[in-house]
Each structure stands twice: as structure tokens, then as C-alpha cells.
Design a protein around this ligand. Structure first.
Ligand code: AMP
Ligand code: ZN
Length: 138
């Protein structure tokens, strides 16, 4: 299904032009208009899902293998030294376009640090308690 008001539906289905690096019946992979680094790519399913929670598992199951292929090409073709696979769900997590997408961000030695967090502290009791709560929803 598509959402007529969604820009990524239009890009994924070729209605709006994009710098496409890969396309098949399920996905279009484009370069991000605001790249975090040279070659920053977005994997867009052609079908509209708001986020990972709403997505068809048959589609999402294909994303990591594709991200691996793209990352390998970034290393071989662009000389990237590594890459991050990032996927944001919800505004508080940084999602700004509400059509499921996965960032593949090439990383270059000496480049800026981007995907990071400050490690906190969790006691084993706290972790066990939180684990029990999450488990109830799986
Ligand atoms: P997120 O913050 O995870 O929702 O990521 C949205 C990404 O889409 C951002 O990195 C934007 O730079 C990128 N973006 C937004 N509009 C376009 C567009 N028309 N073409 C390519 N990338 C876009
Ligand atoms: Zn969409």
C-alpha cells in the first residue's frame, strides 16, 4: 500500500527522481539529500509502513542482507573503512520521515564520530527487572 501524501512513497516508486543506487521489486535505495558522510544511503521499501513496528516482517527480513551488500560496495567503491546501519522509530528517536527507512552510513577513518551514546550504569538487578517487563510484550 502507498500513502499519497508520503514523499518516500513517491521517491521509492519513481514518481520523484532520486540518486538511485539499487532497485528491485521491494526496495529502492537512494542517496540521502543531507548526507552524514560521502555515500550516505537510504533503503526505502516501496510499500508504505510508518515504522518498524508496523512493517511486514517479510519485507524487513530482506533489509539487513541488502544493507550488508550496500556497505560492502561502499567499502570497495568509495574506500569507506566501515559503515553504520541506523534505523529511527518515532520522533523522540530522531525519525523525521514517517515511512520506514534504513540509513547505511559509510564511515571513514579520522571522520567525525556520529552514532554514539554515553554509556550509563545498570545493576544486574535493574537489568533483570527491566528484562522481565519487556518480555511480557514479546
Ligand atoms: P530520519 O531522521 O531517520 O527520519 O531520516 C530521514 C532522512 O531522509 C534524513 O537523513 C534526510 O536528510 C533524508 N531526506 C529527507 N527528504 C529527502 C529526499 N527528498 N531525498 C533524499 N533524502 C531525504
Ligand atoms: Zn510512504
Amino acid at each position: 500500500m502507498r500513502d499519497e501524501n508520503c514523499i518516500f512513497c513517491k521517491i521509492a516508486n519513481g514518481e520523484i527522481p532520486s540518486a538511485t543506487i539499487y532497485e528491485d521489486e521491494t526496495f529502492r535505495v537512494i542517496l540521502d539529500l543531507g548526507p552524514a558522510s560521502k555515500g550516505h544511503a537510504l533503503i526505502l521499501p516501496k510499500e508504505h509502513f510508518k515504522d518498524l513496528c508496523e512493517a511486514d516482517p517479510a519485507v524487513t527480513a530482506k533489509i539487513l542482507p541488502l544493507a550488508g551488500r550496500i556497505g560492502r560496495a561502499m567499502k570497495e567503491q568509495l574506500g569507506a573503512d566501515g559503515f553504520n546501519v541506523v534505523q529511527n522509530n518515532g520522533g523522540c528517536a530522531g525519525q523525521t520521515v514517517f515511512h520506514l527507512h534504513v540509513h547505511v552510513i559509510p564511515r571513514y577513518e579520522g571522520g567525525p564520530s556520529m552514532v554514539s551514546w554515553t554509556p550509563g550504569k545498570g545493576t544486574s538487578e535493574e537489568l533483570a527487572e527491566i528484562a522481565e517487563v519487556i518480555k511480557q510484550g514479546l
